[in-house]
Write a protein that binds this ligand. Structure first.
Ligand code: ATP
Ligand code: MG
Ligand code: MG
Ligand code: MG
Length: 438
């Protein structure tokens, strides 16, 4: 992608309304634009990162056996009356009336709708286990939308829903999502700690919030420091095997959010030097809630004994758009964002320091073409801005590598290659630069 043809509206000034660093950097780097309180347009750079995050979520959901579908954003109030949540949900639900005076709503979550889809077509325990998910925009009319995409009103969520014959099987489904979550967040460069949590309006008995520690997090959390060094299940983890030992291992140390923490228990369970009392960002939550929706909504299957029973369900959310904020909170410096390679909008930025100069143009165009041909995502700065502004923009948008081509280095046939995270720079020939980046 040529920067001259891209749309990257970088802000020079720090926007005053942004209270936390991720929000400031997302605005400055031209990733998002606020349209109303808590409602954003995703500009090209932001959208590229959002799609990368979605892709990782999709890969790990698939690995764990979840099947993707897509439900609408607008739902009928009827379904929510069946579960009893239409009145219970309160002001966070955006309620809409259509031209026929029918009560509709912009979905804050999809338990009712997925239960309706399930009951309309699944009849037998032989069709279980089943886990269906989608990645779709949600709307919650938050009292205080803030921190950019961290607490939006419209936000992108991955929500999965599992269906099983009984509690034992449902816990197996729960464990599959639990392990998938550990892998999902780590692939984005994050350590998300599963913490005991309250179930809130989703309801249920068993629940974990996945929390990334950050000073700007909205919840106070309490956990054992061993979580920070724990190994994540590898790519070869067998989702058909018994995953309970992994879940047991990841839940054996104390970790709880402020809503459920018992300080006496925390202090008894964790030696003083290992106690972390910090703030955290909720990047996902898993719930097992049994027959809370299947019972009132009549989602039943015929069991092996020929009797109809309501299915046992769980739901599993990932805050896809919130994750951009969480990743930036975890990975930035004074100059800007430092993207982990897995979610970076481009892998490398090629900076042409002197467009119009034959030698520089030739070498930069050539490297750009080679990288593109090799399938590497490149942002090629071919604009005629000042060098200082180019460097500042590259640091701000945080691509893993920068390759700078200018008349001085190229006279000796060399580019300067900079690793954004370490700041290390080396002078490399075009071939060596290409080999390092491919
Ligand atoms: P919070 O406690 O932050 O309000 P929640 O517990 O209400 O979140 P869930 O119903 O558990 O949210 O939804 C699943 C995930 O969706 C959350 O873990 C979070 O990552 C994300 N999420 C929830 N609300 C928002 C929001 N207003 N903006 C961005 N992401 C959100
Ligand atoms: Mg909430
Ligand atoms: Mg919460
Ligand atoms: Mg939650």
């Amino acid at each position: 992608m040529r920067l001259s043809r891209f749309f990257l509206p970088i802000l020079k000034e720090t926007p005053k309304e942004a209270e936390i660093v991720s929000h400031r950097l997302m605005l400055r780097a031209g990733m998002i634009r606020q349209q109303s309180a808590g409602i954003y347009s995703w500009l090209p750079l932001g959208l590229r990162v959002l799609r990368k995050i979605e892709r990782i979520v999709e890969e790990e959901q698939a690995r764990a056996g979840a099947v993707q579908l897509l439900m609408p954003t607008i739902q009928s109030a009827e379904l929510w009356r069946e579960s009893g949540r239409y009145d219970a949900y309160g002001k966070e639900m955006l309620r809409i009336t259509d031209r026929h005076d029918r009560d509709m709503l912009y979905g804050p979550t999809n338990e009712e709708m997925i239960t309706d889809i399930f009951r309309s077509s699944v009849r037998s325990y032989k069709d279980l286990p089943l886990n269906l998910y989608h990645i779709q925009w949600k709307f919650r009319d938050e009292v205080r939308p803030r921190f950019g995409v961290m607490r939006g009103r419209e936000f992108l969520m991955k929500d999965a829903y599992s269906f099983d014959l009984d509690q034992e099987k449902a816990v197996e489904s729960y464990n599959r999502m639990f392990v998938a979550y550990l892998r999902t967040y780590r692939r984005m460069g994050l350590t998300a700690i599963p913490m005991r949590a309250e179930t809130g309006p989703i309801g249920g008995d068993l629940s974990h919030e996945f929390i990334v520690l950050a000073d700007t997090g909205e919840s106070a959390v309490f956990c054992h420091s061993d979580f920070l060094a724990k190994e994540i299940p590898g790519e070869d983890v067998d989702f058909d095997s018994d995953l309970s030992p992994i879940v047991a291992d990841w839940t054996s140390n104390y970790a709880a959010t402020e809503d459920v923490v018992d300080m006496a228990e925390f202090e008894a369970a964790v030696p003083e030097e290992k106690r972390i009392s910090a703030r955290g960002i909720e990047v996902g939550q898993t719930f097992y809630f049994g027959t809370k929706y299947s019972e009132p909504m009549g989602a039943k299957v015929t069991g092996p004994d020929g009797k109809d029973v309501p299915v046992h369900m769980g739901s599993y959310g990932v805050g896809v758009s919130r994750l951009l904020g969480a990743i930036i909170e975890a990975s930035h410096d004074d100059d800007g964002i430092i993207w982990p390679a897995s979610v970076a909008p481009f892998h490398v930025g090629v900076v042409n320091l002197k467009p119009g100069d034959d030698l520089t143009d030739g070498a930069c165009e050539d490297l750009y073409a080679k990288l593109e041909a090799a399938g590497i995502e490149v942002l090629y700065d071919d604009t005629d801005q000042r060098a200082g502004a180019k460097f500042a923009s590259m640091d701000l948008i945080g691509l893993p590598f920068q390759v700078v081509g200018g008349p001085r280095g190229l006279k000796d046939g060399l580019f300067e290659v900079k690793d954004r995270r370490s700041g290390e720079k080396e002078m490399l020939s075009p071939e060596a630069a290409f080999n390092k980046l491919k």
